[in-house]
Structures are given as C-alpha cells and as structure tokens.
Ligand binder design. Structure first.
Ligand code: MLT
Ligand code: MN
Ligand code: ZN
Length: 305
C-alpha cells in the first residue's frame, strides 16, 4: 500500500494565519529551519489510482494541486479520490468536504456520532445535499470492529478503533463523550499483509490502542503537542493538551514513552500543532525524537508498505 501525507499540521496549519509564535514567525521569515504544513489528512491506495481520503482538510484544494495521483486523469470530470473516511468531526478533518461539491455524490465513511455532528452542530451534510450530496456508510462505534472493505479501493481492509479523545466544541455531545466521536484506523494491505495504524487525535493509550500498535508495521500517530501545557505556556489557551484530547509527546507517560515499546515498528508523528518545538528541525526536542527512532510527518511524505 501507498500512503501520501497530504497535510501534517493540526488545526490552523503551519504557519497559522494569525500566529506570531517562534515557529510561525520563524518559518515565515526563515529564521527557523522548518517546513510549512497544511492541515491534517492522508490518502491511501494499493493500486496508485484509486485513493481513500482519510479526513477532508480545509486545505484539500492545495493538497490536490500538489498531489498528481489525486488529479483528474481518466474523464472530463474525474478524481483520484474514490471515497472519504472521517476520524472525527473536527473542522480540520471535515470542512474539505465542501470543496468537493462539484463532483459526484461522495461515498462517506463515518460513525453515527460524527454523522450526528455533521447534521447538527456543523451541518455540512445538509449544505452538500444542495450540491453533490454524500452517500453515508456507517462505521462501527464499538470495539472490536470487524474489518471492512471499501468499494473502489482494491486490496485494502480497514479496521476502526474507538478512541478516547474529544468531540468538537460545536458537537451536541462535547461534554458527554460517545463511542465513535473519535476513531483510529488500522489499514491492512491484503496482499503484502502490512498494516498501518493512523490515529491523528489520541488522548489516552487504551488496551485496543496498544493492541493495534503491536500489530502495525507503521504507526502514524498524534503529534500535536510536545508538552501538556504548551498552549497555556504560550498564553494562547487555558486548556491542556489532554483537555482537548491529545496526549503530549514528552513526560513520564507521554507518546515517546509509549512508542519506545515498539522497537521494530516505523513510528511517525502527524497532526503537529504550530507551537510544537519539534517543527524546528534544529531543536533539542527534534533531536530527542530522532534518538528514539521517531519521525515527523511532512506534507508530501510517502509511505510504502
Ligand atoms: C484538534 O485536533 O484539537 C483540532 O486541530 C482543533 C481545531 O481544529 O481547531
Ligand atoms: Mn485536529
Ligand atoms: Zn504559531
């Protein structure tokens, strides 16, 4: 299978339009050694022609422009995107759907909880019904979920994992977590038997997460924040990383210590917030990741398994 990282930043992107933090300022004026990044999304395919878009970023048009595999090639109106799957109902993962409105009805895979958000708090589905419309395929909200196949996507199977993270602020169940608010995804290539775990929003390392990490040949996981109080330290928010459903990398039970248990697995952080010091390729924090064998996803990164 082939994965293309379309967008490796968290909500807001990097640099964020209104942010003057060291990283954002530094990537604009060249004083920090960092790459700019668009908001969170990946595409996966086994034949290189038909792709599943996992999360639809507000930056999707820019992402398609820089990704020939997703561009029209077979008909007057065409796309390499055969279907869309959503891991949650956050703005950075769903609003790109609106940009696909000129196409055919979108085969959309999401849980009942996410569908609920997209028909109430952020009613994208109603808006799209006046354009291309979507064809909803419900993903399981329980564990363990059976692997599914997606018509038009050859040779791959998809197993969703329910995660503890957070529904978006506009969700009717923001303060009352429902199973299915947040998913991780284990993708298996049925020919090579290789597996990737994708979990861009991960707040707690529950048993099903550890099981999936153990199975995976490559882990693409939440890299939002380095420290739990990163946004508080910057004066940008009163909320901790864990309050908004993201496990920080550093610290005793942080993501690095979790990933350290998987020594033979490729480990890549994704969904990086613009405040995270790992974006500076010359930083001590980035060197720490390298020592632990952990990579940092960038836009256009390709993973072949
Ligand atoms: C999150 O994952 O918490 C989001 O990136 C927040 C947002 O998009 O505003
Ligand atoms: Mn996000
Ligand atoms: Zn910033």
């Amino acid at each position: 299978m082939k994965i293309i990282v379309l967008g490796s930043a968290a909500g807001g992107g990097f640099p964020q339009w209104n942010c003057n933090c060291r990283n954002c300022k530094g990537v604009r004026d060249g004083s920090v050694n960092a790459r700019s990044r668009t908001q969170s999304s990946i595409a996966v395919s086994s034949n290189g022609t038909d792709w599943l878009l996992v999360n639809a970023s507000p930056d999707i048009l820019t992402q398609i422009k820089s990704t020939p595999a997703l561009q029209p090639a077979r008909a007057a109106r065409d796309s390499g995107i055969a279907a869309v799957m959503l891991m949650d109902a956050q703005i950075d993962h769903v609003t790109g759907l609106l940009m696909l409105r000129e196409g055919k009805p979108i085969p959309l895979y999401c849980t009942a909880a996410v569908w609920d958000d997209l028909t109430t708090g952020l009613p994208l589905v109603h808006v799209l019904s006046h354009f291309c419309g979507v064809k909803w395929n419900m993903l399981a909200s329980h564990h363990p979920a059976a692997p599914i196949e997606i018509p038009g996507i050859d040779n791959l199977s998809f197993t969703t994992l329910t995660l503890t993270s957070k529904a978006p602020p506009y969700s009717p169940h923001r303060e009352m977590q429902q199973d299915g608010d947040n998913l991780g995804l284990l993708i298996e290539d049925k020919i090579t038997k290789k597996k990737v775990l994708y979990a861009p929003g991960l707040g707690e390392i529950e048993p099903q997460v550890l099981e999936a990490m153990l199975e995976a040949d490559c882990i693409l996981v939440d890299g939002t924040f380095w420290t739990n109080d990163e946004m508080v330290q910057h004066g940008f928010s009163k909320k901790l990383a864990t309050d908004i459903g993201h496990l920080p990398q550093s610290g005793e039970n942080g993501m690095i210590s979790v990933l350290d248990s998987f020594s033979d697995t490729r480990k890549i952080l994704i969904h990086i917030n613009n405040t995270n010091p790992i974006l500076d390729e010359d930083s001590a924090e980035r060197a720490t990741l390298t020592q632990h064998g952990i990579e940092v996803a960038f836009d256009g990164m390709e993973i072949n398994l």
